[in-house]
Design a protein around this ligand. Structure first.
Ligand SMILES: Nc1ncnc2c1ncn2[C@@H]1O[C@H](COP(=O)(O)OP(=O)(O)OP(=O)(O)O)[C@@H](O)[C@H]1O
Ligand SMILES: [Mg+2]
Length: 158
């Protein structure tokens, strides 16, 4: 996979993670984007997704899609409705589920797709517009690398 551009971010605490997600949420290019969240267990992938969803106007509890694989949301971007699909493929091991659960249609359709543990469904997923890799440091510290794979991804880094 080609990487067109990367950004490194240092998050001393969760507030910095939230600020990064809030900056991403201001981009119109998010509308039909596919964003992957990489990093080990407890890195902060769901936390980043939560801050992003809140910044996109989703209210209330945002649960981790670990058991359901996908959680859909009605968010908004620049005053217009934005469907968001939050995936966690950690427990995904049956390619038939990809068809049965309608994930193929979701990825072919409109809206923002976010995926944790995409490596567990690698052969089925498209190339991401943006790959966010979170490396845990001591305590609440994190290093994040944002890598753009497409022109849309480059727009998300602007
Ligand atoms: N700088 C930070 N950025 C993100 N999360 C942080 C930070 N500092 C502390 N945390 C905490 O780390 C935890 C990250 O858990 P989270 O569920 O987001 O991880 P995850 O990467 O989704 O793990 P999993 O692979 O199990 O899904 C949360 O409790 C969050 O509050
Ligand atoms: Mg998670």
């Amino acid at each position: 996979m080609t990487i067109l551009e990367t950004r490194r971010q240092h998050w001393p605490d969760e507030a910095a993670c939230a600020a990064s997600a809030e900056r991403l949420a201001r981009h119109d290019a998010l509308r039909d984007a596919y964003v992957e969240l990489h990093g080990p267990l407890g890195a902060g992938k769901t936390t980043y997704a939560r801050h992003l969803l809140h910044a996109l106007g989703v209210q209330g509890r945002i649960k981790s899609p670990t058991y359901t694989v996908m959680e859909p949301y009605d968010a908004s971007l620049a005053g217009a409705a934005l469907p968001v699909f939050h995936f966690d493929f950690y427990r995904f091991d049956d390619p038939q589920e990809w068809e049965d659960a309608g994930f193929r249609e979701v990825f072919a359709g409109a809206g923002l797709k976010l995926a944790e543990w995409p490596e567990k469904a690698e052969e089925l997923l498209p190339e991401p517009d943006l790959q966010i890799t979170i490396e845990p440091g001591p305590g609440d510290e994190r290093h994040a690398t944002l890598a753009a794979h497409t022109a849309r991804g480059v727009a998300l880094l602007a």
